[in-house]
Design a protein around this ligand. Structure first.
Ligand SMILES: C[S@@+](CC[C@H](N)C(=O)[O-])C[C@H]1O[C@@H](n2cnc3c(N)ncnc32)[C@H](O)[C@@H]1O
Length: 384
């Protein structure tokens, strides 16, 4: 057995052991497709670790990556692929995930993968061709509009985070087909598998994930650049709020918070906090210690606190402005405990066309969280 094959087998074993991989067909694809061809500038050892790699930045902001294999494995399982199916991927990136898709639908199937960036698309095309994936077709286009020429699709997968469900994806998906997308959920991202029933989508599974934003016509609507950071929200913030955030960030102080210890893939209160609807900003800092804690909960124009995925180092979090965000965080964490620590993997969703007057951030009513984005009403709840 070659060295690279041994590394692939170890990766697959690790993904199984850590609960990210259950399906033998997906495991087979991960142990045969050669990731190092798609990510050529890293060492073999690094490429076969469960790591994401940034592959392109624009003005210091990452815009393309090879996603983390554990997230790819989870989403490939969510897709429930069968040989012979037609698949659309939005976000070709390196082409590695398209290669996995192509190997899962086999020669009878067909994968169309779209990237908005011509340089990225050209590289993906070259990699797929050199590895002999003749059933994968790379297109340069804004994938927010889908790709009508190869429609209809049995499966659609987005590998960039989405603020809404672009209507073209629903139109181009066959009835009964599955759409897997990382939905922006007020700071957090959740990978939802949604089955099409006429005009409605009903979820079949949910999983933790984190992705770069979809760009183009359906890109994130609320975004600001600071000196060394980018912050984006899922709802409109007032000009005063954005301005005060910039000022507050310069004067953050550390406070002690008892945050539960959780593994990244396991249950985290972050989703529950996000669903309560106070704006949670996704905050990306190019340099400095905050890079590890990329979420900010803002409760008012005068108060924000950084939220971690995991227990923060020494239990201390940066608090900006007044204590309001800290009090809110403590109260919400204790409600999460009282309600039995609802787990994001139990989240279920229904998405349907509606003009109901609701904002883009979740609102809780009768045990459901509702919001409207684009032409769709989203309803989410934790399945007991
Ligand atoms: C996380 S990377 C994709 C990873 C990729 N699937 C792989 O296997 O390497 C996200 C990609 O989405 C692309 N992207 C962002 N917005 C897009 C859009 N509107 N249409 C198509 N591609 C888009 C970016 O250029 C980037 O390459």
């Amino acid at each position: 057995m070659t060295y690279e094959q041994r590394l692939r087998n170890q990766l697959v074993k690790g993904l199984r052991r850590n609960g990210f991989l259950h399906n033998d067909t997906v495991a087979e694809a991960l142990s045969t497709v050669r990731r190092h061809v798609f990510v050529p500038d890293r060492s073999l050892k690094a490429v076969y670790r469960d790591e994401a790699f940034i592959t392109k930045q624009l003005d210091g902001v990452p815009v393309s990556s090879s996603s983390q294999p554990s997230i790819m494995a989870v989403m490939l399982e969510q897709l429930e692929l069968e040989p012979g199916q037609r698949v659309l991927e939005i976000g070709a990136g390196t082409g590695y995930n398209a290669a996995l898709l192509a190997s899962l639908v086999k020669h009878r199937g067909r994968v169309t993968t779209v990237d908005i960036d011509p340089e990225i698309a050209a590289r993906a095309k070259a990699h797929l061709r050199s590895e002999g994936f003749n059933n994968a077709h790379v297109v340069t286009a804004d994938g927010g509009l889908g790709y009508a020429d190869d429609a209809p699709y049995d499966r659609i997968i987005a590998t960039a985070s989405c603020w809404q469900v672009p209507p073209a994806w629903i139109d181009q998906l066959k009835d009964g087909g599955l759409l897997v997308l990382p939905l922006r959920l007020n700071g957090a991202h959740i990978s939802l598998a949604l089955r099409k029933h006429g005009e409605d989508l009903m979820s079949t599974s949910a999983a933790t994930c984190g992705f770069m934003p979809l760009r183009g016509a359906f890109g994130p609507p609320f975004e600001r650049r600071f000196d060394d950071a980018t912050a984006s929200a899922d709802g409109e913030l007032s000009a005063t709020a954005w301005a005060s955030l910039g000022a507050m960030l310069r004067e953050a102080r550390d406070v002690k918070v008892s945050f539960p210890r959780r593994r990244y893939a396991g249950n985290t209160p972050l989703y529950y906090i996000a669903l309560q609807g106070k704006p949670v900003l996704r905050y990306f800092r190019q340099t400095g210690s905050w890079g590890m804690i990329p979420f900010l909960l803002m409760t008012s124009e005068a108060s924000a606190i950084a939220l971690p995925w995991q227990r923060p180092p020494r239990g201390r979090l940066p608090l900006c402005g007044s204590d309001e965000a800290l009090d809110y965080l403590r109260k919400t964490l204790s409600r999460w405990h009282v309600e039995g620590q609802p787990d994001q993997r139990q989240l279920r969703a229904r998405v349907r066309p509606s003009r109901v007057r609701l904002g883009p951030l979740p609102r809780r009513a009768n045990g459901k969280y509702r919001f409207r984005r684009g032409d769709h009403l989203f309803e989410l709840w934790f399945e007991q």
